[in-house]
Design a protein around this ligand. Sequence first.
Ligand SMILES: *[C@@H]1O[C@H](CO)[C@@H](O)[C@H](O)[C@H]1NC(C)=O
Ligand SMILES: *[C@@H]1O[C@H](CO)[C@@H](O)[C@H](O)[C@H]1NC(C)=O
Ligand SMILES: *[C@@H]1O[C@H](CO)[C@@H](O)[C@H](O)[C@H]1NC(C)=O
Ligand SMILES: *[C@@H]1O[C@H](CO)[C@@H](O)[C@H](O)[C@H]1NC(C)=O
Ligand SMILES: *[C@@H]1O[C@H](CO)[C@@H](O)[C@H](O)[C@H]1NC(C)=O
Ligand SMILES: *[C@@H]1O[C@H](CO)[C@@H](O)[C@H](O)[C@H]1NC(C)=O
Ligand SMILES: *[C@@H]1O[C@H](CO)[C@@H](O)[C@H](O)[C@H]1NC(C)=O
Ligand SMILES: *[C@@H]1O[C@H](CO)[C@@H](O)[C@H](O)[C@H]1NC(C)=O
Ligand SMILES: *[C@@H]1O[C@H](CO)[C@@H](O)[C@H](O)[C@H]1NC(C)=O
Ligand SMILES: *[C@@H]1O[C@H](CO)[C@@H](O)[C@H](O)[C@H]1NC(C)=O
Ligand SMILES: *[C@@H]1O[C@H](CO)[C@@H](O)[C@H](O)[C@H]1NC(C)=O
Ligand SMILES: *[C@@H]1O[C@H](CO)[C@@H](O)[C@H](O)[C@H]1NC(C)=O
Length: 834
Amino acid sequence: MARWLLVLLSVLFLLSGSSAHPHTRLATHSRPKLTVRSQTDKASSSPGNTTITDSDPASLVNVFIGTTNGGHVFPGATLPHGMVKVGLDTDSPGNQAGYDANPIFNAIGFSQLHDSGTGGDISLSNFKLWPLPECDSFASCNTSLFFRKTLRKVLPDGSPDDAGSPGYFATNLSTGVQVELTASRRTALHRYTFPPSSREPRIVVDITNDGMNSATEPVVNINTTTGRVTGGARFASSFGPGRYNVYTCVDFKGDGYDFEAPTEYGVWLGNTPVQNSTQVIQLYSGFLSEIGALLTFPPSPNPVHTTILARVGVSFISSDQACANAESEIPNFDFDETVTTARETWNELLSRIQVDTRGVDKEITELFYSSLYRTHISPADYTGENPNWSSTEPYYDSFYCNWDTYRTLYPLMSLHDPEVFARIVRGMINIQQHEGWLPECRGATLQQWIQGGSNGDPILGEFFVKFHEHASALNVSANDLYTALLADAEEQPPNWNLQGRQTTVWKQYNFIPSDVYDSGGTATKQVSRTLEYSFGDFSISQVAKILNNTDDVAKYQARAGNFINVWNEKVTLPGNSSIKGMMQPRFADGQWNYTDPRHCSVNDLLDSTCYLDVTNHDGFYESSPMVYSQYIPQDTAKLILLQGGNESFINRLNLIFDQNYFDVTDEPSQQIPFMYHYANRPGLSTQRSRMIIAESYNTSVSGLPGNDDSGAMASFAVFYLLGMYPLPATRQFLLASPYFPKVTFHNPLFNTTTTIIANNFTGNPQDGIGGTVFVKSVTVDGQSWHSNCYLDWDVFVKGSTVELELTSDINTTCGEGSDALPPSLSTGGYSGTI
Ligand SMILES: *[C@@H]1O[C@H](CO)[C@@H](O)[C@H](O)[C@H]1NC(C)=O
Ligand SMILES: *[C@@H]1O[C@H](CO)[C@@H](O)[C@H](O)[C@H]1NC(C)=O
Ligand SMILES: *[C@@H]1O[C@H](CO)[C@@H](O)[C@H](O)[C@H]1NC(C)=O
Ligand SMILES: *[C@@H]1O[C@H](CO)[C@@H](O)[C@H](O)[C@H]1NC(C)=O
Ligand SMILES: *[C@@H]1O[C@H](CO)[C@@H](O)[C@H](O)[C@H]1NC(C)=O
Ligand SMILES: *[C@@H]1O[C@H](CO)[C@@H](O)[C@H](O)[C@H]1NC(C)=O
Ligand SMILES: *[C@@H]1O[C@H](CO)[C@@H](O)[C@H](O)[C@H]1NC(C)=O
Ligand SMILES: *[C@@H]1O[C@H](CO)[C@@H](O)[C@H](O)[C@H]1NC(C)=O
Ligand SMILES: *[C@@H]1O[C@H](CO)[C@@H](O)[C@H](O)[C@H]1NC(C)=O
Ligand SMILES: *[C@@H]1O[C@H](CO)[C@@H](O)[C@H](O)[C@H]1NC(C)=O
Ligand SMILES: *[C@@H]1O[C@H](CO)[C@@H](O)[C@H](O)[C@H]1NC(C)=O
Ligand SMILES: *[C@@H]1O[C@H](CO)[C@@H](O)[C@H](O)[C@H]1NC(C)=O
């Protein structure tokens, strides 16, 4: 373990079982226990508050946060950004990631691929395995989803008997079988421990039941000599029109004993196993049929129980490649070693951000590391598994969707995981080179629905602004990156519902009019797309600036200002004429249409939703005009002018919270709690952001306010707990105070460690209100810093020490100088080197 690891005292607090500041809101909620077989707590021997250099942050991760009530979090086993995400599938209506922590839902299988936190239909969940401890006979076994389903065991506290930690998952089924799962990048390893009564242990391999039961063209083969099951099928996209192929290769081994071959085998159709059949071709079936293999294994000589290991390789290319992946990644079926490798990989990654937990409630530390963990589930590393073209570049998939993640997930990656960030960017550029445009909501190798603009643009912008000096060392071509951005910005794709922006109209009108019906996409979301295109072009201007392309800087900065074209200064909030000026739909001739500012908020009298519906003519996606009227991260100073100055801007922000226009479940709201910074009232941002955490996040299984959205909500929580909010594709981070007296970030590319120290830290107020949490002054490496409101990227490049002096005075300001407020385009920000 590297020497740079600094103070980590949290483990001690967890062991002592108490904390100096009990935090009732986050106090113990019923949740699955978090034990890991054969894992020891290595840090437990570290004394007092001395430096801990061998910490185990994985032990602070609760993988079950947000696994019921709509969080859709995946709690199963995966490596960071692993392709295989093996987990328990349930028959919950909220089983987008398979699992549901509510034990009323049946277990239906253990499948190999998942996303985490997504909405849409149920993605992936392919190739379920299922243990059958005892059937009367082979032919009488229940193989279909409906007949095989069973409940999990339930613990005395009412939670299911499930356990999990980074790289490991386990459950006990009511049939008496214990199931344990672990993973390498493209291979899952399952361990099935059957009850003593089970003398004919059997395992079902389900080829066709993905999450949407969408398989066509299934193939199943059983090698009767080895028991190897190979197969695959074609499945439907969960958030788009396409279909994808995926293949598997399953091998079995006795745990602690050897067997040559299964004692019985057969292919099954629906609930009917057909013994001695070895290929699905013998059982022709059309769409929606359930098909797989069923194998019976010799029992272990161990009189107590039989344990069978199942190694499941996966490939998007072929079943041969699935076998090769499995053989190379987990050659010896060594379960404990696979778990250990996964945990070490997670620990190396998670320990790059260290927190000092003196005076901090242990629930906060758990929330922090659990959230950090979930920012490394997606996108997934499918390198070598791209079915559409061959390339030596990395290939990442499960961008579900960039619209969700560009705001906070990638800026967090900039702080501690730049090498993986660079690989993701290379993969994105490679996709643009073969498909014409950067990916947006790609899943299962397919293009899926675009939600905003080309939200890959701010991701590439974020990378290049932060790492341009290292781009060639990271094998990112600056030329190719810029070419990819210009393709998004300038070339209209044939299908802009799936591929990118409606650029022809954007360039012609400088906004997206409500009444231009262009071929290749649906005339919806015109106002929110205008705002996203503006920010996309801002991020391109930031790259152009680094490349010294002054013409393009001027061009794209001008386009970044196009948000003004959908600002209707006359529209007011019904019932409150002081809230004046709104983003509104506009026609090509410059006349305005009208969408009630309350539309799509909780105050909408019509209860409308703003989802991807072709009949939506309101102009907005997933958030109200009230929220989108705050969404101009590149030029908040202009927004303040449009809204009548600091005082009325602050009043409007307050109203947004007081009247519940703020929507913590949707990304366009993510920056709003921090926007008081721009009106020189950073204390209000600090308090508001802390209130959001207190109200909407906790460590229970229902601890997320909505879908985690591939880690977008997790990265939002991480930044809030760190006392920062990122401005993607810029060099600035808005600054508040962290929930910890000290935080360190190790950046492995720069080999530097940045430290933020909160002097006068006295703990975190439970409800987020008040406290000694407001930033009074800031020093960087001992020198007074010009702003209390933002940090510059330089701090994280050099590995500076930032010291904050905290106060209980909420009336602190950003400072006196002209550069104390965070930058905005219209006030000269983002010119020069800023
Ligand atoms: C440990 O705590 C003591 C007392 O609070 C303090 O004097 C000392 O500097 C601390 N040591 C470290 C390594 O933080
Ligand atoms: C199959 O499922 C049915 C319905 O749940 C049940 O009655 C039957 O006992 C099951 N058979 C076996 C062999 O488990
Ligand atoms: C399942 O049962 C086994 C055997 O009783 C036990 O060791 C384990 O802790 C239980 N829970 C899980 C999640 O494995
Ligand atoms: C089954 O596997 C064995 C061992 O790899 C191989 O020799 C044999 O050809 C396979 N059988 C079939 C029918 O493919
Ligand atoms: C990529 O491959 C999948 C098969 O998995 C196919 O369905 C899809 O159409 C291909 N996409 C393109 C753009 O060729
Ligand atoms: C399957 O094959 C085995 C071995 O040849 C035989 O004993 C058994 O009766 C067969 N089962 C069926 C249902 O044909
Ligand atoms: C960059 O590419 C070179 C040549 O292919 C390779 O040796 C090197 O490891 C790559 N570096 C990174 C960071 O991927
Ligand atoms: C841009 O100009 C600056 C200042 O002249 C120079 O240091 C830098 O190398 C130039 N960058 C590129 C990509 O040409
Ligand atoms: C104008 O807005 C109304 C209300 O949202 C909508 O029903 C109508 O379709 C819009 N007109 C056009 C041309 O988009
Ligand atoms: C990283 O920096 C540490 C000291 O801060 C040094 O000991 C180590 O050798 C450096 N590692 C690399 C790879 O340069
Ligand atoms: C913060 O602590 C320092 C000593 O570390 C003290 O001098 C200062 O007055 C305190 N500031 C506030 C605002 O409490
Ligand atoms: C902050 O300002 C408000 C009004 O501007 C005032 O009522 C309050 O007392 C001030 N707080 C402190 C701690 O000075």
